[in-house]
Design a protein around this ligand. Structure first.
Ligand SMILES: Cc1cc2nc3c(=O)[nH]c(=O)nc-3n(C[C@H](O)[C@H](O)[C@H](O)COP(=O)(O)O)c2cc1C
Length: 130
């Protein structure tokens, strides 16, 4: 069994290159850790899905929670999954665009098919917030 976390956090004025640096660290570290997932940033808040071996993902959650680039980490969901829902994504960035209509289309196209419907709904709802 793997553990999957879904959390949101706040980062009101984080420069874009810091978001890129976070994705670069994820690309560097996550494959060796066996961590997969996705990261959304809307300019003020992050939403991240992380999945992997229970102890590994819990340790990464601790490291991420202590990261001063964001605050207010709130876990929306934590569950056991028998298979990865984001098998091909060391950490995929899902772009948040201007129009919410386009966002919905992009999410329907880009989100992995294996997500639990309830988890998928939480991600889509976050992405449709302004
Ligand atoms: C919103 C957010 C998401 C992050 N996601 C990851 C991640 O998936 N993997 C990772 O290794 N670091 C992630 N980080 C960065 C870690 O907090 C930490 O800076 C990094 O793991 C240190 O890696 P390094 O020792 O290779 O520089 C994230 C940070 C933030 C603020």
């Amino acid at each position: 069994m793997l553990t999957q976390y879904l959390y949101i956090s706040t980062a009101p004025s984080l420069p874009r290159d810091e978001v890129d640096a976070i994705l670069a660290a994820s690309a560097r570290n996550n494959p060796a850790l066996g961590i997969t997932g996705l990261l959304l940033f809307n300019g003020r808040n992050f939403l991240q899905l992380l999945e992997g071996e229970p102890e590994v993902v819990a340790a990464l959650m601790e490291r991420i929670t202590a990261d001063p680039r964001h605050t207010g980490v709130s876990v929306l969901d934590r569950r056991s999954v028998s298979a990865r829902t984001c098998p091909d994504w060391a950490m995929k960035r899902v772009m948040i665009t201007e129009s919410t209509g386009t966002r919905r289309e992009m999410l329907e196209r880009d989100l992995p098919g294996g997500l639990d419907p309830e988890v998928r709904k939480m991600i889509v709802n976050f992405a449709l917030l302004n």
